[in-house]
Design a protein around this ligand. Structure first.
Ligand code: FES
Length: 109
């Protein structure tokens, strides 16, 4: 089966400032997009633990991580790795993010 990726507009660059996050819906998924010190990251906006949303979690810019508000599970924004899960190999989805002109886009399949 052939899969093609789509660019989904998130917002204008000026609407996602350093240390902020936004949620966007794409292909039936909720995706959380983060600005960490000027770098953009996108992960699934659903916590593996029990479905909490991650776009409103606590952001740690130094560690490039977000912590779910519900029960405190943390995620590495660059890799999607859950840093709290008892197993070491649990990841949430990550997505490429790009800037075109003054707008932010996330790539989803
Ligand atoms: S739902 Fe996220 S830590 Fe429990």
């Amino acid at each position: 089966m052939e899969t093609t990726s789509h660019s989904i507009k998130v917002c204008k660059v000026s609407e996602l400032l350093d240390g902020q996050s936004k949620c966007v819906q794409a292909n039936g998924k909720d995706i959380a997009v983060f600005n960490i010190k000027g770098k953009l990251y996108a992960i699934d906006n659903i916590c593996i633990h029990a479905g909490g949303t991650l776009n409103d979690g606590a952001i740690d810019e130094e560690k490039c991580q977000v912590t779910c508000n519900w029960h405190g599970w943390g995620y590495d924004l660059a890799t999607g790795k859950c840093i709290t899960h008892p197993r070491q190999d649990v990841f949430t989805g990550t997505y490429p993010v790009k800037v075109q002109g003054d707008e932010i886009f996330v790539e989803v399949k």
